[in-house]
Design a protein around this ligand. Structure first.
Ligand code: RFL
Ligand code: PHB
Length: 389
């Protein structure tokens, strides 16, 4: 087989890139290791920056997002029994949109199918060959049969555990990592959200987050030990812990119900530099990971896709390679800012066993400062709604 861009990974990065390329008549083939149902069963991000909304519009996939997504003009930050609001619209003129990653991915699959886009599911043994040559290829198997794709470019959109990053020789890449000593236990429940905006809470028992998908679907998280597994947490234990970490008025208002999904995610910061090796480009979680505090993962994947799309569109329209050559530096400049924000917000909101009373006092002082200082709120809001690209 032959195509212009071979895209490894059929998550949001790979699908969005394929659909954007399609709008400029650039052909691609997407290779996905799992089934479509499996990809759509993963409950992940919930908060979209305007940049991602605009890309979905450009891809022709924003109709349902506009009809069903919720614009949030601010967020609440709680500590102990105190709570204050960061007003995104007042501070930046911009809201964020609450619309699940699952739905973004569903809309992108529907658009790819409507456009007759090629997606191969349940592929195995994906290997990238000659990415540093003029003629790269990708080989893989599907249902025991071997295939080979000749492509002009390869987009590695296969997430943190994919093959793309590891295809760059170790001597050619540098990795930066911070592993946090805790995870997030997430629960999805068919209950009305406790509040109409998200609540990020720092309590002496650890972090908690109240989020949502729609009027009758709530998403809640509590910081947990890395050694915990979801089976260790009964629904009752989860709700009791969540309530204990929220201001009492919020805890009293919380409507509980059966968990329809329960999972644990470890928290990690990770960046691979560079994000290009010859004709192979890394996009999204394949190149970087942020802890979820601040909702930057999917949104940073989207800015990578934007830079790569612009680079490839420029190349196919004019033969210019400036965008391709500058891709890694451009993407990384924004990635590191998202890394900084997610690290800062995680450090501000979580409690650890090795934290001293002094460390705790520093968190409270910073929260008091944020609560009272418009410049600090502005910096927080600008990062949360998304830095420009
Ligand atoms: P994905 O979503 O991991 O998709 C990669 C795809 O590649 C496939 N794959 C392969 N395919 C072929 N061959 C191989 N060898 C392959 N290896 C893997 C996989 O099956 C998969 O389908 O990466 P992508 O597209 O870069 O998207 C990144 C986002 O998924 C991620 O950044 C976000 O989910 C992070 N995240 C959040 N981001 C936000 O912007 N806002 C949020 O509110 C937010 N909340 C979250 C999150 C992530 C979480 N978890 C579980 C890590 C909340 C949580 C709990
Ligand atoms: C979510 O709704 O899943 C969510 C929201 C905000 C975050 C992380 C996750 O910071």
């Amino acid at each position: 087989m032959r195509t212009q861009v071979a895209i490894i990974g059929g998550g949001p990065s790979g699908l969005l890139l394929a659909q954007l390329l399609h709008t400029r008549g650039i052909e691609s083939i997407v290779l996905e290791r799992r089934t479509k149902d499996h990809v759509l069963s993963r409950i992940r991000a919930g908060v979209l920056e305007q940049g991602l909304v605009r890309l979905m519009e450009e891809a022709g996939c924003a109709e349902r997002l506009h009809a069903e997504g919720f614009a949030h003009d601010g967020t609440l930050i709680a500590y102990g029994d105190e709570m204050f609001r960061i007003d995104f619209r007042d501070l930046t003129g911009t809201p964020v949109i609450v619309y699940g990653q699952t739905e973004v991915t569903r809309d992108l699959y529907a658009a790819r199918e409507a456009a007759g886009g090629q997606i191969a599911f349940e592929v195995d043994d994906v290997v990238i060959h000659g990415a540093d040559t003029e003629a790269p290829t990708v080989t893989y198997t599907q249902k025991g049969k071997a295939y080979r794709i000749e492509a002009a470019f390869i987009a590695g959109c296969d997430g943190f555990h994919g093959v793309s990053r590891r295809s760059i020789p170790e001597a050619q890449r540098q990795e930066y990592e911070k592993v946090y000593p805790y995870g997030w236990l997430g629960v999805l429940s068919e209950t009305p959200p406790v509040n109409d905006e998200l609540i990020y809470a720092n309590s002496h028992r650890g972090f908690a987050l109240c989020s949502m998908r729609n009027e009758n679907l709530s998403r809640y998280y509590v910081q947990c030990a890395l050694s915990d597994s979801p089976e260790d947490w009964t629904d009752a234990a989860f709700w009791a812990e969540l309530k204990a970490r929220l201001p009492s008025e919020t805890a009293q208002a919380l409507v509980t119900g059966p968990a329809i999904e329960k999972s644990i995610a470890p928290l990690r910061s990770f960046v691979c530099e560079p994000m290009r090796w010859g004709r192979l480009f890394l996009c999204g979680d394949a190149a970087h990971i942020v802890p979820p505090t601040g909702a930057k993962g999917l949104n940073t994947a989207a800015s990578d896709v934007h830079y790569l799309f612009e680079a490839l569109a420029q190349f196919y329209a004019t033969g210019e390679t400036e965008g391709i050559e500058g891709y890694s530096a451009r993407a990384l400049a924004r990635v590191w800012k998202a890394e900084r924000f997610s690290w800062w917000f995680s450090s501000l909101m979580h409690r650890t066993a090795d934290q001293s009373e002094f460390d705790h006092k520093m968190q409270i002082a910073e929260l008091n400062f944020l609560r009272a200082n418009r410049a600090a709120q502005m910096a927080m809001a600008q990062n949360y709604v998304g830095l420009p690209y």
